[in-house]
Write a protein that binds this ligand. Sequence first.
Ligand SMILES: *Cc1c(COP(=O)(O)O)cnc(C)c1O
Length: 827
Amino acid sequence: MKSLSIQTQNKINLPLLLKHIIPVIQAQWLGESDEMAIDHISIDSRSLQNGISTLFFALAGPNNDAHDYIGELIDTGVVNFVVTRIPDEVRGQANFLVVDNTLTALQQFAAFYRNQFHFPIIGITGSNGKTIVKEWLNFLLGPDYNIIRSPKSYNSQVGVPLSVMSINQKHNLGIFEAGISTTGEMEKLERIIRPTIGLLTNIGSAHDEGFANIGEKIKQKLKLFAHAEVLICHKNKTIDAFLNPSVKTFTWSCKHDEADVLITKKLVVDKTQLKVRLGADEFEIKVPFQDDASVENAIQCMMVMLHFGYEPTVIENRMSLLFPVEMRLKVKNGINNSMIIDDSYSSDFQSLKIALDFLENQKHYKKKTLILSDIFQSGLSNDELYSQVSELVISNKINRMIVVGETISKFKNKFLNCTAFASTKDLMAAIDTLSFGNETILVKGARDFKFEEVVALLEEKTHETVLEINLNAISHNLNYYRSKLDAKTKLMVMVKAFGYGNGGFEIAKLLEHHKTDYLGVAFADEGIALKNAGITLPIMVLNPETTSFTAIIQHRLEPEIYSIKGLNAFLRVAEQKKLEGYPIHLKLDTGMHRLGFEEKQLEELIFILRAHPAVQVKSILSHMATSDDLNHRDFALSQIALFDRLSERLMTELKIKPIRHILNTSGIENFPQAQYDMVRLGIGLYGISNDADEQKFLENVGTLKSIISQLRTIPAGDSVGYGRRFMATAPTKVATVPIGYADGISRHWGNGNGHVVINGKKAPILGSVCMDMLMVDVSEIKCKEGDAVIIFGENPTVIQMAQKLETIPYEILTSISQRVKRVFYRE
Ligand SMILES: *Cc1c(COP(=O)(O)O)cnc(C)c1O
């Protein structure tokens, strides 16, 4: 956060020195020098932006403790840390500010920093629409102000402090959002944001479980406005009841005459017309949306413009240009083995930093290219701005730059290996000469530059059906299961079958960051692909074929050994290569009767292992047949008991202390007492539990999507599809969707059994599912060609689909064919 180094007109002198920060966060200081200058705050150990003037706050969640990364950070040159404890191995090697709680310290520091500035700040909260309203306000007010706003949806206890610490003295308007999930959180965010103008967006049901009732939720949210000069909100009895009478409000309504602004809505072609009455004034505007949520969000923005005293003509002009907001960074496959990170809708310094961190964490290819447009609204002079961009790009080790725009092109010389284009059109005309391939490309541009067209050119051409994978949801689910385990229990995550159909490398990479202990795959080639892509976590291979032993050893994969024959075969290869203590995993059959040693084979197994130091038993495992079915609880317990006895015997007689593990996802839920030293998490990571109560705590990971290719209306008496298995009894509107059984959609899903969701509504499948297509009934749905079609995701869920198809979610997920493109994103 470069802004920290800029001189302000305020109470303190910047850059801040450590000694200024120590009293603010009430830290105990242990180190070499408290005169170090700090100009960057970080909580992300992976960021290449960390350096000598970084102050790193070691946050500790229930599952991930940044104190574990301090050693690595010291190696990369970071010397200043806020910690709750100093890990032994790094004692004396850096400056440590010891506090009771690092998150509280981060918040205290942010509040202190925010208070150095005095300009209007809009604080936004509500259940829905916060980020959209923030982005729209940024667009609407941007021509007249230097705005600092929360990047993406940074609205949490961590995100808000990081957002405000990017303020610099050139800014003259702030827009920050605050999100809470339970009581007691908003007071903290209020101290950090200190909004002077409050904006309450729609109160819906998001995060309901964290609050006793809707009243409680409203009361908590309103705490953001405790010191605001004015609160802008919808006039509404439920909210009125909780308003502090001393807070000045500026309200709107479509019904209540008591509201300050009265609005009449009318749908016109593709738009909504709003008649606005404020006192004696009346005017009309049009917004380019028809759905209630967008129109409501647009009205909130208009209220802010009215509060700022904008003329109706300006309001009308700017509001007519509002656009759908794309908040995600998307990862896509590109041409010639490249990978694209698509952030083609915004360009400001703050979001560039975030995108560069994302690039580093997600990169598939070492070579990194950045395509960047002019940057707007930095608050800085162009020379200062592009010098900072250049520093940022250098610290992130970008190999090649492609800059687009009149302004950034002038500063081309600040970048190494840089090609400049005056316009997006020029770049697109020259794209073939830039020979993209075997690289990770971050595409980052302001809206006006229409970089989505550049992405379209660079994207690998496939059909329109995609499986979207939410990486945040995977992290959430992982942490959920970790929270159920003892702190010392290790975690193996099963990424077999291409990560249960969700994607192999990308998910393994994420798990590596989360420091899981092991990965599990079914076959050697899956493990080899991961190792070749740079995954360094140990990988256990469940089904190592004898023919793959050489490759297994070559790639340091660890085989599961389940038979005497397999053991002997592996020993032959290992001894020929003169190995010593090569890690293997012994599988015991305790009742599943699939793979594994039986009790009667243990004597021979022990005899062989004693005689052959070429291998070392890294772990002993077994697998349960009924961990998900409490009707078979006794059987499950008998498997655990047998595992206990057999593994004890191996340990005693071989005098070894291997990792023991028997639980899969359902086992973690139902038999936590049997977690031994490690568990093997599978389906739960991908957002699916076999237990309905448990399911509520998981987040949906995969959404299988397609589009409408063609629409037609057929008369009664006509049929649809092969074999005329659907006969229309009335005129029927039919949509064709390019996904079929070759993509993994069961034929049993057709002929009246299944449906897809289009624009929020159910569309039943008509007739049989074809190889590459299916047809659905959209008679009752407003839709057009090109509209999105949801096959599964939040609704319908894979679980609902599996129930109807009389199968299990595992089969549906792993059946999605590899020709369906996987797209990974973070919220
Ligand atoms: C697939 C698998 C798991 C994971 O099972 P889930 O039910 O998906 O959690 C664990 N152990 C073994 C041996 C497996 O094959």
